[in-house]
Design a protein around this ligand. Structure first.
Ligand code: CR6
Length: 829
């Protein structure tokens, strides 16, 4: 590790040594200096946003010092570098996270006290960089934190979207989207890196010439236009280890931002047209989550950031005077889903066309460079590009893909003689109907390793989605179960819980989450369990305060907080949850249910703007909320709240307050899920199906500490084959019938029979996600959870064991596995 530089900081007449720059005094002085010099205001005139910005700048200064020494040491030791390519990085707010990792939170709080500010208020001013949709983007952010904490030399590469995920408003129960202007007042956490600017070509055609000496064909791409990629770096500090890695996000700019000649001819709009067109590439994050978006612009985004990133690696490789043949020894590139998988063709293009390496050697290097992580089994989410779009944008790459495919299919023909159906399934080009480029096939063929994100998911990939490839290359397949960083999701989210854990366990668990097992010594300690319960109630109180402030709704902290926060999707089945609440409503109204423990049902999450069904699910939740909240018979027992604009920072408020964690996806559909892990760490007990990471959570925590229900993945597959009839379940279950009839007849919606008609029809006729089939068993598991919640000692015990046994779900464990099994990086240097 490097040493702190011994420069001095000055503020007016006071000079303090840099060693002091993490003390309260040092922070206060640096704050005042940034207020004058960076913000440009006398401190008396500053508002909270100014104060946040001054604080952000001084924290950044401290991160930068460590960054410089980290970079120097990487260069000096010529380390192997992991490049994590991802279309999304959902980082969440930086300020408090950076303070936590640097270990300066206490000093900063003290400095704020002296200045009469509240650190939390000032931190609330930070606009959240919402450069991701959900789990996949947040996973990339957790992995950056863990890689740096484990001292893995790493660069995250992605896109610097000007507009991140939309801001969600709920109006009359419907989702309304607003654009997210996170860069409006500048971003103190990024630094433009001018030396790294790249140029990316699109369109045009290819030409071949014969090499005069060898007679070999030489390929040349004559593009139609190029776009400039400007790098913006965000430093990612590790946990208390003075290491800082780089997140490099690319912004698209026009090569020539303003055409003076056109302007002088009087065509004012024409003069900026180029600029506008080029900049569209990094303008906005695509909001669909797990649905295919067959858009030309999306392909342009993917190629743009992937090409910039690979060109950047080649530039750095040469800067260090390393031979290009050794590319794969220096760089290990991980593809976060198929979005950057065009990189396989791009590296082949760079190596063969530009570096003039022969095809076979280039292919060996390429395959040794890439690893591919698959994040979904939903067929509609596996990316395929219509051939005409692909070929017109990337004429050279389509030729390269054809050549990869020709050689690959030749191998497959030798391996599986006569099996034409298999060759057709495996081909990189889909020929059923319109011709398509299949990005998942390209990713598998061009990578050394392929992994799923939870045990079940990785098995299903081998048995089903990628079966042919598994049979061809069995050793290429592995699993790395997802994880989340305990720094943000436990320490930052729940400081009182952190303090309690530190008190009984010390601090080893901060970087070795398995150390939480030490909590098990207290499972039968009545005094400690009581403390545990009180702490949980305080967490609920804090969330209650926030909801009171932001939504003007009062929650009952003694009620069970039953929470489902995640993207809104049919397979995640928020409607199953809502239908169950309607079931409770009916049973209370009929007098069947009397001594029900009060429950607060919290929902949060965004629906893709074009996903009508998901938007209707939000409307359903809000309608149920209105119904039970108004009815005098239910309003004290049931409260249902849809919290708008779910985000990383909102998640940090919600997870610590949850009693029950809803993980109710149709078995076999949720690749992993990561919210379940954040709940578990914070002591929530899960109700869930045997899906994704739930299975491993249940394995770790013990079946007696998990509320299991529902069909298993094999049962679902079987039902699907035999012909599933949702109506049979409706007819068999009186409660389900009452709920569905009520919904159809407008009983729950003031007589409105139209709004939910499409949903009722779908559930009774099609029900792709087996809501009807799982309804009764879900209600059973829910009622069991309700009963146990009434026994507060028993519940606290379950809750404590969830935290104690969450060690496996730290992203530190995931990153160790990536290092060992995929990246070949030795962590015990
Ligand atoms: N939507 C999976 O659905 C998984 C994350 C991260 C998802 C989810 O189960 O936990 O990735 N998949 O691995 C995609 O985005 C394609 C997700 O976030």
């Amino acid at each position: 590790h490097g040493q702190q530089p011994s420069e001095t900081e000055t503020s007016g007449t006071t000079a303090i040594a840099a060693q002091d720059n993490r003390s309260a005094d040092g922070i206060r002085l640096a704050f005042l200096r940034h207020m004058r010099r960076t913000i440009g205001k006398p401190v008396e005139f500053s508002n909270t946003l100014d104060q946040y910005r001054a604080m952000a700048h001084l924290v950044r200064d401290r991160v930068m010092d460590d960054w410089i020494t980290t970079v120097e040491s990487y260069v000096q030791h010529n380390v192997r570098v992991v490049c994590y390519l991802s279309a999304e990085f959902l980082l969440g707010p930086h300020l408090l996270n950076a303070m936590l990792n640097l270990g300066i939170t206490d000093s900063a709080e003290k400095a704020c006290d002296e200045l009469h500010y509240s650190l939390t208020q000032l931190a609330d001013e930070e606009p959240e960089p919402g450069l991701g949709n959900g789990g996949l983007g947040r996973l990339a952010a957790c992995y950056m934190d863990s890689m740096t904490t484990l001292e893995v030399p790493a660069v995250g590469y992605g896109l610097r979207y000007e507009f991140g995920i939309f801001r969600q408003e709920i109006r009359d129960g419907w989702q309304v989207e607003h654009s997210d202007k996170w860069l409006e007042y500048g971003n103190p956490w990024e630094i433009p890196a001018s030396e790294a600017t790249q140029h990316v070509s699109f369109g045009g055609h290819t030409e071949t010439t014969k090499d005069e000496k060898t007679g070999e064909l030489i390929w040349k791409w004559v593009p139609a236009f190029t776009v400039k990629g400007v790098a913006y770096d965000t430093p990612i500090p590790g946990y208390r280890n003075k290491q800082v890695n780089r997140l490099r996000l690319w912004k698209a700019e026009a090569e020539d931002s303003f055409d003076l000649e056109i302007f002088n001819r009087g065509d004012y709009m024409g003069a900026v047209r180029d600029k506008m067109e080029s900049e569209t590439i990094s303008k906005v994050l695509y909001p669909p989550d797990e649905t295919e978006q067959g858009k030309r612009l999306r392909l342009m985004q993917q190629y743009f950031f992937t090409s910039c990133s690979l060109q950047d690696m080649v530039r750095l490789h040469k800067l260090q005077k390393l031979p290009i043949e050794k590319f794969a020894d220096k760089w290990s590139v991980q593809l976060n889903d198929t979005h950057p998988s065009i990189g396989i063709a791009e590296l082949m293009r760079i190596l063969t066309d530009e570096e003039e390496i022969g095809w076979d050697e280039a292919w060996t290097i390429t395959q040794a460079t890439f690893g591919y992580t698959n994040h979904t089994l939903l067929p509609e989410a596996l990316e395929k590009w219509p051939l005409p779009i692909f070929a017109s944008l990337l004429p050279r790459h389509i030729e390269i893909i054809y050549e990869i495919n020709r050689r690959f299919l030749k191998d497959m023909q030798a391996k599986f003689p006569g099996d034409t159906a298999r060759w057709a399934r495996m081909s990189l080009i889909g020929e059923d109907g319109e011709k398509q480029v299949r990005m998942a096939n390209l990713a598998v063929v061009g990578s050394k390793m392929v992994n799923g994100v939870a045990k079940l998911h990785s098995e299903l990939l081998k048995e089903d989605t990628l079966k042919d490839f598994y049979e061809a290359f069995p050793n290429r397949f592995t699993n790395v179960t997802n994880g989340v960083t305990p720094r943000r999701w436990l320490m930052l989210a729940d400081p009182p819980l952190t303090a309690l854990l530190n008190e009984v366990l010390g601090t080893a668990w901060h970087t070795d989450l398995y150390a939480l097992r030490g909590l098990e010594d207290y499972v039968d300690d009545a005094g400690f369990l009581d403390k545990w319960r009180k702490r949980q109630e305080e967490s609920k109180g804090r969330l209650g305060d926030f909801i009171k402030r932001s939504m003007d709704v009062s929650l009952n902290p003694a009620s069970m907080f039953d929470v489902q926060v995640k993207r809104i999707h049919e397979y995640k089945r928020q409607h199953l949850n809502a239908l169950h609440i309607l079931g409770l409503y009916c049973r209370i109204k009929s007098g069947e249910l009397k001594d029900l423990p009060p429950r607060t049902f919290l929902f949060g999450g965004k629906a893709a703007p074009s996903y009508t069904y998901a938007k209707l699910m939000i409307k359903l939740v809000c309608t149920v909320g209105e119904l039970v909240g108004k009815d005098p018979q239910t309003k004290d027992l049931l409260r249902v709240l849809f919290v708008p604009d779910y985000s990383v920072s909102l998640g940090q408020r919600i997870y610590p307050a949850a009693d029950l964690s809803e993980q109710i996806s149709t078995a076999g559909k949720e690749a992993s899920g990561t919210g379940c892990m954040k709940f578990m760490m914070n002591g929530a007990v899960a109700i869930g199906t045997l899906d994704g990471a739930n299975i491993e959570i249940r394995e770790e925590v013990g079946e007696e500490n998990f509320f299991l229900f529902g069909l298993t993945a094999p049962q679902i597959a079987e039902k699907q084959k035999a012909g599933y009839r949702p109506r049979d379940f409706y007819e068999k279950s009186p409660l389900l019938r009452e709920v569905m009839d009520g919904l159809r007849d407008g009983r729950f919606s003031n007589g409105d029979r139209d709004t939910f008609a499409p949903l009722v029809r779908d559930l009774l006729e099609v029900d792709r996600y087996f809501v009807m089939a799982d309804f009764d068993d879900y209600a059973r598991a829910q009622s069991e959870a309700g009963k146990i919640f009434c026994d507060s000692k028993k519940w606290s015990r379950m809750s404590l064991l969830n935290t104690a046994r969450s060690g496996k779900f730290s992203s530190d464990r995931s990153i160790r596995e990536y290092c060992q099994n995929i990246w070949k990086i030795n962590l015990d240097r």
